[in-house]
Design a protein around this ligand. Structure first.
Ligand code: A3P
Length: 303
């Protein structure tokens, strides 16, 4: 499938996953060459589920003793520049970027669990997965695609986009398989996969920031707690703050995480729960909910 269902690259169906041709090439190289270290931390997500936020939170948590929060790299770098997107680095021959990340290496991926390189699955490295109500993912994806492709007249109608999404036709889709596989794996190996939900973090950011810090091996100390470091990190990474940093207002330049001309502004929109209500009819929402409910049945997972 050509545009508009992929963003800039045709989608291929590979082992049941819709994946942009270029990312598939990167994935195959990565599967062959990538060697994971036990200290590695991977941030995994379906696109538009809160990746940017998770990157900011994990990066600022991990680097908090090295960089003071008032001169933090996130003030001058977009989160996608701080945490490289693995498939893309391998697709574009820039894997040396990954080789030089100081340990513990923080990297991100949109790959479904089963397509991760064996060395990630087999080593004792950790994975943090973020998921989100697929209805809001769809809306976020719709706005993102419009920005990249230059407006609604350059792409499918919303109804068409919705239909394709429900068929699983979006980068790394279908979304339900993506979420379910990480969920099942996180139940089997909770020490390896932390399974987080966007909506929960939005509701109790401090609680989840602490859980994240603990999981990635740098829990907040008592004195940090007293100095409200967690709250400061949560504040630094809030969408309200991040949107306002000059670096994220810069609409002209591509991020280093991509060679598409994706402006850094595109990653920050509303950051709310339930924006689907202003786009979908109740019937559309119900149909997608029913579909997801059927797919999640018996897994213990609910939207
Ligand atoms: P909306 O389009 O619903 O606003 P991803 O980072 O996976 O591409 O996901 C993008 C979504 O996360 C967008 O959702 C974006 O606004 C939201 N987002 C980005 N930064 C955020 C932050 N710091 N806090 C909360 N949500 C954020």
């Amino acid at each position: 499938y050509e545009r508009p269902f992929s963003i800039g690259h045709p989608l291929r169906l590979y082992k049941g996953v819709w994946i942009a041709e270029k990312m598939l090439r990167g994935t195959l190289v990565m599967q062959q060459c990538f060697k994971s270290c036990p200290t590695d931390i991977f941030l995994a997500s379906f696109p538009k589920s809160g990746t940017t936020w998770l990157k900011a939170m994990a990066f600022s948590t991990l680097t908090r003793t090295k960089c003071s929060l008032d001169k933090h790299p996130l003030l001058t770098h977009n989160p996608h520049q701080c945490v490289p997107y693995m498939e893309l680095q391998f697709a574009t021959g820039r894997r040396q970027i990954i080789d030089v990340i100081p340990s513990p290496r923080l990297m991100s991926t949109h790959l479904p669990y089963f397509l991760l390189p064996d060395s990630i699955k087999e080593s004792s490295c950790r994975i943090v997965y973020i998921w989100r109500d697929p209805k809001d993912v769809l809306i976020s994806a719709w706005h993102f695609a419009q920005k990249i492709l230059g407006g609604p007249d350059k792409m499918a109608t919303f109804d068409q986009f919705y239909e394709f999404f429900c068929q699983g036709l979006y980068s790394f889709g279908p979304i339900w398989n993506h979420i379910l596989e990480y969920w099942e794996e996180s139940k089997r190996r909770p020490e390896k996969i932390l399974f987080l939900k966007y909506e929960n973090i939005l509701q109790e950011p401090v609680k989840y920031a602490k859980q994240l810090a603990h999981f990635i091996g740098c829990p907040f100390s008592e004195s940090e707690e007293n100095q409200h470091v967690v709250e400061q990190i949560v504040e630094l990474c809030s969408i309200k703050k991040m949107k306002d940093f000059d670096v994220n207002k810069d609409s002209d330049r591509a991020t280093s995480s991509t060679d598409l001309r994706i402006s850094k502004t595109y990653f920050f929109r509303k950051g709310e729960v339930g924006d689907w209500k202003s786009h979908m009819t109740p019937e559309m929402a119900e149909r997608l909910d029913t579909l997801i409910k059927e797919k999640f049945e018996g897994s213990g997972l609910q939207i």
